[in-house]
Design a protein around this ligand. Structure first.
Ligand SMILES: [Zn+2]
Ligand SMILES: [Zn+2]
Length: 112
């Protein structure tokens, strides 16, 4: 009797029709699966569209907004705290982002 040829599931190797068993169906990548890099690029595109080549600045860091083409996306809510890139970010210049990445606090001067 003609039927779909059974092939091993590409994930677990069990025989299945269509190359995948019911336990491992093909899953289309959704927005949540996009790597951060793609999300960052979209954010930067929108930012340049709506705001322009402007570093948003961070007043706490004595860093007011200024024009620059060297922009990068900075997380305000790290994922460790349950945040996502989409719900907590700002667009700042690369040098400011590098400063923030060190975790160094400028007010922490020795002999204060
Ligand atoms: Zn399988
Ligand atoms: Zn800046």
């Amino acid at each position: 009797m003609p039927s779909h040829p059974a092939r091993p599931c590409v994930v677990c190797g069990r025989l299945a029709t269509g190359g995948r068993c019911p336990a491992h169906p093909y899953r289309k990548p959704g927005p949540r699966d996009y790597p951060d890099e793609r999300a960052r690029r979209l954010i930067l595109e929108q930012w340049r569209d709506q705001v322009g080549n402007i570093c948003a600045g961070i007043p706490d860091r004595d860093h007011p907004p200024h024009p620059t083409p060297d922009l990068t996306v900075h997380h305000l809510n790290p994922r460790a705290h349950g945040g996502t890139l989409q719900d907590g970010w700002t667009v700042i210049c690369r040098s400011l982002n590098a400063q923030l990445g060190t975790g160094h606090t400028p007010g922490d001067t020795p002999g204060g």
